[in-house]
Design a protein around this ligand. Structure first.
Ligand code: ADP
Length: 615
């Protein structure tokens, strides 16, 4: 018979986790052999020493007080649970561990048992996986965007009509690119969700309106399958706190599934029901239904009912898994009821919007929403209150306003930035308004700048001959008539539509640059930069109306020039066009963030259009 104690010790020493017991003061009383291998301390260096010897700062300093607090309050923060923490080896190396702490309650000496697992390798693998995914997302999305963009253009006929057979092939290729993009995006979404990195841009959302929008957005998909989608009843407006785009994704998945599995000429019905605390949205179809044996697996990854079946409808089997994660991240729940051959009802419930007790920090705009700027205006006015007033009047109408108080200042600003219109006060300290305009008309970059005079002497000077040749668009008397000012500015911007805006496109993928140039060539001038360095040089030498930035560049990340753009060219709109999604912090510093392959040619042009004048 083997001695029981010897057996137990042998087991403990051969476990790959380190095992430690400590007393109520944190003093180590027993360790297994693994501790030595994991931490580099011999048994004698640990026994009778404080456990904080194997912890890095700040845990070293804090551990005694944790323990004291537990003994006093009995509040279990880590006891009985596993936690990921950091530990420190004898050689100073800090590494990731998973720690389980149990209270043994045997005696005061061996009061707590700690089981420590070295997870540094696992963490390293996770990090590598995350990096791999981010690389794949960038590497796949960029060429896919090129393919989708070119095929889209060829397909639309703008490059000339194709023979019927070629057109069919191009359509086939286009559709398959869409499928591939769908799969890549779904895979990336799943990864993100698994890594807990699903970032929601929550705002107050009118769910009823969103459901209506989603029906409209998915109507043509359903129509292609000869299925109609309708909203039952006329529900009132219900509000939730949510990420608009992500909820649209949920609705798109449920509606497209319902349509896919409906019979021809079938109908998908949507209902919205609410009580005080919750809102329920149901998507009902009268189609194929889901056999009982598949019910438990419906929300699992890659789960498709019977892959060989008549049900082959395309799809990745990831949709419902993503949908569930999104709903749950919103504090909601999703489920379904289904009768085989009779149809299915998928429904989700979200907590309804509650007025915040305290003023809320305003949430950033959704990822793809661009701030629409009506035009960039430079206001030259030395009277601070009037400058403020003009700025206010213009900002109300979505103009982006820069104010300055002297001719010298105005000249300096105009050297670095371009504007759609400038307003000039005549009487100024130093150089007066008229001589400034004369000077500006002799310089290449301002000779055609539309200028409006806003001055108390406007009418007097207007009738004076000296002003001919200054090409002043309008003369506005003080006190300023807001309507007149706005109309006059809008008018001159409209006329300016003929002027081709200049875009700087910072992108290292040559194919994509070519497609973008082709896509925009009759609307704007596209100047491209392949590296950060080139971009910086161009930004210093030339003025641009818009900057489109890729994130991954050969010599750094496009985000590196954001601080430069934000400080020196604060009014130049920026679009991030990248293979990876962008953090909230960055989204707040740019005008729009678009993800490659997720936007169509039209959406891209639309976003650019909302930020600058397009022909
Ligand atoms: P995908 O539709 O991309 O394959 P989903 O995760 O959205 O992936 O759906 C998984 C599977 O669940 C589908 O392949 C289909 O077999 C089944 N399913 C989903 N919705 C319905 C529905 N409304 N009616 C019948 N089957 C459905």
């Amino acid at each position: 018979m083997i001695n029981n104690e010897a057996l137990l010790n042998a087991i403990l020493d051969n476990i790959s986790d380190a095992i430690v017991t400590i007393d109520e003061h944190g003093i180590i009383h027993a360790v297994n052999k693994t501790v030595e291998a994991m931490f580099g301390y011999s048994e004698s260096e640990l026994i009778n020493h404080n456990i904080n010897i194997i912890m890095p700062s700040p845990y070293t300093e804090l551990h005694d007080s944790y323990l004291a607090r537990y003994l006093k309050t009995k509040q279990k923060r880590i006891i009985g649970k596993s936690r990921e923490l950091e530990a420190q080896r004898k050689n100073g190396e800090v590494f990731k561990i998973e720690l389980f702490v149990h209270e043994l309650g045997l005696n005061k000496e061996d009061r707590f048992l700690g089981i420590i697992r070295d997870i540094s390798e696992r963490k390293q693998m996770e990090q590598m996986k995350a990096e791999f995914i981010s690389t794949v997302s960038h590497e796949l999305r960029t060429p896919l965007t090129s393919i989708k963009g070119s095929l889209g253009m060829v397909n639309s006929g703008v490059l000339g009509e194709l023979p019927e057979k070629a057109k069919r092939m191009v359509t086939l290729a286009h559709n398959n690119t869409e499928r591939l993009i769908l799969l890549v995006n779904d895979l990336l979404d799943v990864e993100k969700i698994q890594a807990g990195k699903i970032d929601l841009q929550v705002v107050k959302v009118n769910l009823t309106e969103l459901v209506r929008d989603s029906i409209e957005a998915n109507q043509s998909y359903a129509n292609n399958l000869q299925v109609s989608v309708i909203l039952l009843g006329s529900p009132e407006d219900y509000f939730v706190e949510a990420d608009n785009n992500r909820l649209m994704q949920v609705m798109a998945n449920l509606i497209s599934n319902a349509a896919k599995y409906s019979p021809k000429n079938g109908q998908v019905e949507i209902t919205i029901q609410a009580d005080k605390n919750f809102i329920k949205v149901s998507v009902i179809d009268y189609g194929l239904g889901i056999p009982k044996e598949y019910h438990a697996k419906m929300f699992q990854k890659f789960s498709q009912v019977d892959s060989s079946d008549t049900r082959k409808k395309g799809g990745t089997g990831l949709g419902l898994n993503i949908t569930k994660a999104i709903v749950e991240h919103h504090g909601g729940q999703i489920n379904f009821e289904s009768e085989y051959q009779q149809g299915s009802t998928f429904f989700f419930v979200l907590p309804s919007w509650q007025e915040p007790a305290k003023p809320k920090i305003t949430s950033p705009e959704p990822l793809s929403a661009a701030k629409k700027v009506a035009g960039k205006i430079l206001v030259l006015e030395d009277e601070p209150d009037i400058a403020k007033l003009i700025a206010l009047m213009l900002e109300q109408e979505s103009f982006l306003v820069t104010t300055c108080s002297s001719a010298e200042q105005a000249k300096e600003i105009l050297l670095n930035e371009s504007f759609d219109v400038m307003t000039v006060d005549l009487r100024l300290p130093g150089q007066d308004g008229l001589s400034l305009i004369k000077e500006l008309r002799h310089q290449e970059h301002t000779q055609d700048l539309p200028i409006i005079i806003v001055s108390a002497e406007a009418n007097n000077v207007k009738n004076n001959n000296i002003t001919s040749g200054l090409r002043v668009i309008d003369w506005i008397e003080k006190p300023i008539d807001q309507q007149h000012l706005i109309e006059s500015i809008s008018e001159s911007i409209k006329k300016e539509g003929d002027y081709a805006s200049k875009i700087l496109y910072v992108e290292d993928d040559k194919d994509l640059t070519q497609i973008m140039t082709l896509l925009l060539e009759d609307k704007v001038t596209v100047v491209s930069a392949n590296t950060l360095q080139q971009a910086k040089k161009l930004l210093q030498d030339e003025t641009f109306d818009l900057v489109i930035l890729d994130v991954g560049l050969p010599d750094g990340t496009g985000l590196d020039i954001l601080p430069f753009l934000n400080t020196h060219l604060s009014t130049t709109p920026i679009i991030i066009f990248s293979g990876e999604s962008i953090t909230e912090d960055v989204v707040n510093r740019v005008d729009a963030a678009l993800i490659k392959s997720k936007v169509s040619n039209n959406e891209l042009v639309g976003t650019i259009k909302s930020l600058i004048n397009l022909k």
